[in-house]
Design a protein around this ligand. Structure first.
Ligand code: MF3
Ligand code: CO
Length: 238
């Protein structure tokens, strides 16, 4: 899991550095594919339920699962990159939203609140708490900052499979769900909308957008539950 996490986080960093005006999303996908292969790993997403690329790139009002293609990134875009890598029988999974050139203050706040909401949830990612304690902390922080949390998609256990039990929602009342035990590895991944929480599924079968057309951001790391501080297996993106 540590090896997979290292490669996955490095792939995310590479993608993040490539987010610049004039770059196409498929150029980023290709570079990440080559990097993951160069590390002796496999891109976890490629062919997952028929998914046609190595990473997901979701721009502006796209929340998650955007398919890389000919789209040219423009100044002011916010670009969510989601990456998975598989090596030695285990997966890493992480995501972050990057600014393309200069972005609006509101867009930057959305990115910052989404990232911080992960760390608010992380405070409860340790033995002695239950799964919903994490999501409760995420939701409270996001809503206190005037944004909303996506409900239809959630974090998850991660290990030999990319998606394992338990589900890790980013919302809910505290004190529910499975107890956290040391040794569990989970992906915590808040998806945050600037406007309402409602989503819209696109006809490509993958891309998920905000229903109101406002921007969305995403932030994810794979982590190990311990009896104390959780261990981040995908080194957090800045
Ligand atoms: N990375 C997503 C997650 O965090 C899963 C993407 S699956 C894909 O759970 F097929 F869309 F790539
Ligand atoms: Co995930």
């Amino acid at each position: 899991m540590r090896r997979a996490g290292k490669i996955t986080a490095a792939a995310r960093a590479l993608a993040g550095e490539m987010v610049k005006p004039g770059v196409t999303t498929q150029e980023i996908d290709k570079a990440v594919y080559q990097f993951i292969k160069s590390q002796g790993a496999e891109p976890s997403f490629l062919n997952y339920n028929g998914y046609p690329a190595s990473i997901c790139i979701s721009v502006n009002d796209e929340i998650i699962h955007g398919i890389p293609g000919k789209r040219v990134l423009e100044e002011g875009d916010i670009v969510s990159v989601d990456v998975g890598a598989y090596i030695g029988g285990f997966h890493g999974d992480c995501a972050a939203t990057y600014a393309c050139g200069r972005i609006s203050e509101e867009a930057q706040k959305l990115i910052d609140v989404t990232r911080q909401s992960f760390f608010e949830g992380l405070k409860f990612a340790r033995e002695g708490y239950r799964i919903s304690d994490i999501g409760h902390a995420v939701q409270e922080y996001v809503e206190r900052n005037g944004f909303s949390v996506v409900r239809e998609y959630v974090g998850h256990g991660v290990g030999r499979q990319m998606h394992e039990a338990p589900e890790v929602p980013n919302y809910g009342a505290p004190g529910h769900g499975p107890k956290l035990l040391r040794g569990m590895t989970i992906a915590l991944e808040p998806m945050v909308n600037a406007g309402t929480a409602a989503i819209r599924q696109m006809s490509d079968g993958w891309t998920v957008k905000t229903a109101d057309g406002k921007y969305a951001a995403h932030y994810e790391n794979t982590l190990l539950i311990t009896s104390g501080e959780p261990e981040l297996l995908t080194v957090p993106a800045p």
